[in-house]
Design a protein around this ligand. Sequence first.
Ligand SMILES: Nc1ncnc2c1ncn2[C@@H]1O[C@H](COP(=O)(O)OP(=O)(O)OP(=O)(O)O)[C@@H](O)[C@H]1O
Ligand code: SF4
Length: 298
Amino acid sequence: MSTSTAPASLNEVKHVVLVLSGKGGVGKSSVTTQLALSLVRQGFSVGVLDVDLTGPSLPRMFGLEARKIHQSSKGWVPVYTDSTKKLCVMSIGFLLKDRGDSVVWRGPKKSAMIRQFVNDVVWGPLDYLLIDTPPGTSDEHIAIAEQLRDAQPDGAVLVTTPQGVATADVRKELNFCKKVGFEVLGVVENMSGFICPHCAECSNIFSKGGGEQLAAQFSIPFLGSVPIDPQFVLMIEEQNKFVTKAVNSADENELNKTIDDSIANYGLVEKYSDSNLCPIFEKIAQQVIDSTKDKHRI
Ligand SMILES: Nc1ncnc2c1ncn2[C@@H]1O[C@H](COP(=O)(O)OP(=O)(O)OP(=O)(O)O)[C@@H](O)[C@H]1O
Ligand code: SF4
C-alpha cells in the first residue's frame, strides 16, 4: 500500500501526467511541449514541470530561456507564458547560468532538487500538470520516480522511437512503471518514418510501427506516431519567437494566436489537414483527456 500523500503545492491541480522515456533524445520534451500547447488550445490551463536534469530543454522550446524563477512567501512562482495565465513552466533550466550548462550532481542532490520542485512550486489552479522526467530506468530514476509518486499522477505517457522498441526499451519502461506504480496512459511512437521535405512522401528509413505493435502486445493504448520531419525542428525554433512575443503582450487572444501560429507552422498540418491544430498532437491530447477524465485528484 502506498503511503505517499500529494504535496500541498498540487492541491488545486486536477490532473498530473508524467512523460517518460527509456533513453534520451527520443523526443520526450518535444512531445511534452506539443501536448501542452494542444491542451491549452482546447481550453485547459496547463503547467509544465521540467525535471529532466540531463538536458532541461523546455525553456528553449517555449521561448522562455531568459526568464528567471521568482520566490514568493509560498514558494517558487512558475514562469507564465503570457497574461492569460493559461500556460506556465517550471524548469531546472531556469536555474542554470547558461544554455550550455548541465547538472552534474550526484543522486541524492538530484533527488533533493526534484523533491523541492515537486513540493515548492506555487501552481495555483491548473487542469493539467505535465511532468517531463529524466530519461532512463536506472535505480536513480526509480528513486526519482518514487518521489514523483507523491504527486499522485493520473498516469504516464511513454515516448519511444520505433527502432529497438520491438525489443528492450518499452518493455523496460513498462516494468519501470509497474515497479513505481504509474498507470500507463499510452505510448507515443516518435521519429516514426521520415517525411520528405520535397514530396511529403513518408519513407520508413529506420522502421515504423514497433511501438504500435508493442502497445497491442501489452494491451496499452497507442496514442499516435509522429514522423521524423525536418520542419519539426524549425517549428520549435519558430515557436520560440511566437511564445516570446506573447510573453510581452497584454492581449488576451495573443496566446491562442501564438499556439495556432506555432502549430500551423508545422509542415504536417499543411500536408494532412485543413485544421489549425496539428492532427497528430490533437489526437494524442484528446486521448490523454479521455483517459484522465474520470480520475479526480481534487
Ligand atoms: N518528430 C521529430 N522530427 C524531427 N526532429 C525531432 C522530432 N522529435 C524530436 N526531434 C528533435 O530531436 C531532438 C531531441 O528531441 P527532444 O529534446 O524532445 O528529446 P528528449 O527525449 O527530450 O531528449 P533528452 O531527454 O535527452 O533531453 C530535438 O532537436 C528535436 O527538435
Ligand atoms: S522521397 Fe521522393 S522527393 Fe524525397 S528524396 Fe526520396 S525520391 Fe526524392
